[in-house]
Design a protein around this ligand. Structure first.
Ligand SMILES: *Cc1c(COP(=O)(O)O)cnc(C)c1O
Length: 382
């Protein structure tokens, strides 16, 4: 069973990305991890699990390897993988109790907000949405029943930045846990556990996989007891698990994650600076720009600014839709974090209840030649 060798405990992030959760297969010597599709595992004569696996929903080799790797990359004690990012979020909320209260960033992923306003509200889990970049507002939102502060930084699609260490300290002082959705930043650029959070969420569908061909979600925890034990129970008992094949692809993705993120982030910053100079554009949102309100905090708590950006065009929704339609190299698609770049009219994707500006265009920057991406935007903005 692949497990992180002891010599890796103090390794750097790039080394962990390639080696954590991997070891040559003891049965065959295979260097590439075997994809183990078996749903059940042979029992010992005493009914035990001699190889540590009994039934694939509870645990399986490819999922365990991915969990090892993600825990190592975030500096966590343990990780639990799910079939999607929203399934991971749901497992966290279901580890609370009816009557508990969640303070949630009003910039949190819209699917997470829908969980809170829909099924979890019917289940009597209370919530307040608040702009978490405003710490005084966060403080006011706490009630005696608040158990969890839910952060996302940078947010989608305005790339708002929250002071994670200050927000987590505020929650801790009130006896609440803090989770940070780290999907946009990835462990390459930001480590919320080191900033005082208890839990980190990833939609591994995005940068961890990196190729838009596998779905998944993960919770990484600072401690393996407490709420994480309940999250593990949710994974094994409620069973919203990823397939071994998706885990295999996601673990493969982690090896190139640091390189991809650095290259994609550098291109995103170049594009953001170029967009700021365009007369057809009236606002650019990227935490790497000195003009961004969260720039100073992002500089302090991140090692780079990420590969997501958005901008607003003159001429309202019609101009935004025309710009999106005019792109040829950028693919019109929702989602993010892949090797190819995406362009999206975000308000349309989010549906009728969105508060996203109608003239806003979101970009997920991939690995193409930066000049080709700029040429594509230049043509479509004309
Ligand atoms: C996509 C996304 C999610 C949800 O993940 P799925 O894998 O689509 O369920 C959660 N948070 C953020 C920031 C995302 O971008």
């Amino acid at each position: 069973m692949p497990s992180t060798p002891r010599k890796l405990e103090l390794a750097g992030l790039d080394t962990l990305a390639v080696h954590a959760g991997r070891a040559p297969d003891p049965a065959t010597g295979a260097i590439a991890p075997p994809l183990i599709v078996s749903t059940t595992f042979e029992r010992g004569v005493d009914g035990g699990e001699p190889h540590g696996f009994g039934y694939a929903r509870a645990d399986n080799p490819n999922r365990r390897a991915l969990e090892h790797c993600l825990a190592a990359l975030e500096g966590g004690a343990d990780a639990a993988c799910f079939g999607s990012g929203v399934a991971a979020a749901y497992a966290v909320f279901q580890s609370l109790a009816p009557g508990d209260h969640v303070v949630c960033s009003d910039g949190a992923y819209h699917g997470v907000q829908r969980e809170l306003t829909g099924p979890l509200a019917r289940w009597q889990l209370a919530h307040s949405f608040v702009d978490t970049s405003d710490l005084a507002a966060v403080e006011r939102a706490f009630t005696p029943r608040t158990r969890l502060l839910w952060l996302e930084s940078p947010t989608n699609p305005l790339l708002k930045v929250t002071d994670i260490a200050a927000a987590a300290a505020l929650a801790r002082a009130r006896g609440a846990l803090t989770l940070c959705d780290n999907t946009f930043a990835t462990p390459v650029l930001q480590n919320p556990l080191a900033l005082g959070c208890d839990l980190v969420l990833h939609s591994t569908t995005k940068y961890v996989g990196g190729h838009s061909d596998a779905m998944g979600g993960a919770i990484v925890a600072a401690a393996s007891d407490g709420i994480f034990a309940l999250i593990r129970e949710q994974q094994q008992v409620a069973g919203a698990i990823p397939s071994p094949r998706d885990c295999w692809l996601l673990l493969r993705g982690t090896a190139t994650l640091p390189l991809r993120i650095r290259a994609q982030s550098a291109t995103a910053l170049e594009l953001a600076r170029w967009l700021e100079q365009q007369p057809a554009v009236h606002a650019v949102h990227h935490p790497g720009l000195a003009s961004h309100p969260g720039h100073a905090i992002a500089k302090r708590q991140m090692r780079g600014f990420g590969a997501m950006l958005s901008f607003q065009v003159r001429g309202g929704e019609a101009a935004a839709l025309a710009t999106v339609a005019g792109c040829r190299l950028f693919t019109r698609a929702t989602s993010l974090g892949s090797v190819e770049s995406y362009v999206e009219h975000r308000a349309t994707s989010e549906g009728p209840h969105t508060t996203t500006p109608r003239d806003l265009i979101r970009l997920s920057i991939g690995l193409e030649t930066p000049a080709d991406l700029i040429a594509d935007l230049e043509r479509s903005l004309r």
